[in-house]
Write a protein that binds this ligand. Structure first.
Ligand SMILES: [Zn+2]
Length: 507
């Protein structure tokens, strides 16, 4: 689609169309030549790099080290763990021909790397002194996708996968929870996404895992997005791949292993958690450009205005604020404003001869007055805000005068406030759309627009029935759920788990 000033289909009209247009219009992605594949364009890839840098720091600070394992895995490796191969078989891409001839053994393009990592761990671990082994890799994986959607479901995607081996079960469980903490904190602190952490029910568990934990985020259409998972694998893969160690007693023992992953899907989560009718709204921590400066007009003073814009950009840049000067000469200011709003830049500064003369710039926040535009959740306005600013809305946001002298400190403050406001707004939205329900009618009503916290019997067949009736699935058993018991919201049998289960329709 050509870039023009029409914007995208408003989110409030058609969420799905909004998303599908926005990822292209904001130049995050393009379609790859093979169906289901995605080209991540520089603007989208920068978001990934910022996510990656943050998570990589958390992973390394806790003693993990990065490694890299091959893309091609012998097909026989996957066969060794029965549940694993069964779970992944429908999504596998298999290489049967290479080097001009048919291969003796087909090769699988990794859908995940437990098998090849397991094979190497078996080789590298021999004694208790080799444990724990704490590995991570940043990689691409391939899972054949029949219903592709950019960032959310693509045949090839980017992720990290942690793989660890431990001497005992308790340590492996602690590791599983540590990884879940990485994801929950990354989501909250970088992506401003208030995700719910919990355990998957048996029917939603990772193929080959004993326990799977997840973070679930609510998108602005009320659906859930699984945004990171952490698996306790017990000794399943250790047994299949012979990952053993000699204990101090001299006895050969199996290792307990974990695996955990967060992918480029998180970018889809950012888009759908914060975006609005006008386009993206990016959290400053992940915004490729946090501040855009638009020099305006200037007549004979145009050169001075341009220079002042560049000077201001240099000052912001020295404080590690990601800033861009939009000096494209052929485009109107109005076009530029819309363009950067569509791309979700948190703060826009407008600088013209009048501002220059008074040593100021005009500052406009992508969140406008209060950051809660049309969601109806009534976010708390910025203190002293005059309510909805007048004006046509297309250029959005209240205009604030900013002194150039104190611009750097003020903008640092505004970016922090923006980040905090996004998390608060998303939390209020999530809470307003999450209902604790005790009856089937209340359940169906809740999952039509958001999430339901309900007692459940724990039977997979009952989960299936709920899915068939409502489209909702058990997202997780929240770790921070209050103790509760009674009867299943669907079938009336006694509840399981000792707490409520979070249900919702999911991506
Ligand atoms: Zn039931």
């Amino acid at each position: 689609m050509a870039r023009d000033e029409r914007g995208v289909t408003p989110q409030s009209e058609d969420f799905s169309a909004w998303y599908n247009e926005l990822v292209f219009r904001a130049e995050l992605v393009d379609r790859g030549p093979v169906r289901g594949t995605m080209v991540i364009r520089p603007y989208g890839y920068r978001i990934w790099e910022l996510l990656q840098a943050d998570l990589d720091r958390r992973i390394k600070e806790t003693g993990h080290v990065n490694a890299y394992f091959p893309l091609l895995i012998p097909e026989s490796y996957l066969q060794r763990e029965a549940e694993h191969v069964e779970g992944f078989a429908p999504e596998l891409a298999v290489v049967t021909h290479a080097g001009g001839k048919d291969l003796e053994e087909p090769l699988v393009i990794r859908p995940t790397s437990e098998t090849v990592v397991g094979e190497m761990m078996a080789k590298w671990i021999s004694s208790h002194r080799d444990l724990p082994m704490l590995l991570n890799q940043w990689a691409n994986v391939v899972r054949w996708e029949l219903r592709p959607r950019m960032f959310l479901r693509t045949t090839e995607f980017l992720w990290q996968e942690g793989h660890t081996a431990h001497a005992d079960s308790a340590e492996a469980m602690a590791e599983t929870m540590l990884a879940l903490t990485f994801y929950r904190e990354l989501a909250a602190e970088a992506a401003a996404i208030p995700a719910i952490a919990g355990e998957k029910t048996a029917s939603e568990r990772f193929a080959g895992a004993e326990r799977t934990f997840t973070i679930e985020a609510m998108m602005r259409d009320g659906r859930a997005l699984q945004a990171g998972t952490s698996h306790y694998l017990g000794t399943n893969f250790a047994t299949a791949f012979g990952i053993r160690y000699t204990a101090e007693s001299g006895v050969l023992e199996p290792c307990y292993t974990t695996s955990w992953g967060m992918s480029s899907r998180m970018i889809g989560g950012v888009i759908m958690t914060h975006g609005d009718d006008k386009g993206l709204v990016l959290p400053p921590a992940l915004a490729p450009c946090q501040v855009v400066i638009v020099p305006i007009g200037g007549g004979d003073r145009a050169a001075d205005v341009q220079q002042a814009a560049r000077d201001l950009a240099a000052r912001l840049s020295r404080k590690d604020i990601r800033v861009h000067v939009d000096d494209r000469p052929q485009l109107s200011p109005g076009f530029k404003f819309n363009d950067w709003e569509l791309r979700g830049v948190p703060i826009r500064l407008e600088l013209g001869p009048r501002e220059l003369a008074s040593g100021t710039a005009v500052m406009v926040s992508r969140l406008g007055d209060q950051g809660a535009d049309d969601q109806g959740t009534g976010g708390p306005g910025r203190a002293g805000g005059p309510g909805r600013a007048g004006g046509p809305g297309r250029v959005g946001g209240r205009k604030t005068e900013l002194s150039l002298d104190s611009a750097v400190a003020r903008i640092s403050y505004e970016l922090s406030a923006f980040q905090a406001m996004l998390l608060q707004r998303a939390t209020e939205f999530r809470d307003a759309r999450t209902a604790t329900v005790n009856s089937w009618p209340a359940f169906t009503e809740a999952v039509a627009t958001g999430w339901a916290l309900a007692l459940h019997c724990g039977r997979p067949s009952c989960e299936e029935d709920i899915k068939a009736q409502t489209g909702a699935t058990a997202r997780c058993i929240p770790l921070e759920g209050e103790p509760d018991s009674g009867t299943c919201v669907r079938c009336g049998l006694p509840s399981a788990y000792g707490t409520r289960v979070l249900f919702g329709r999911a991506y």
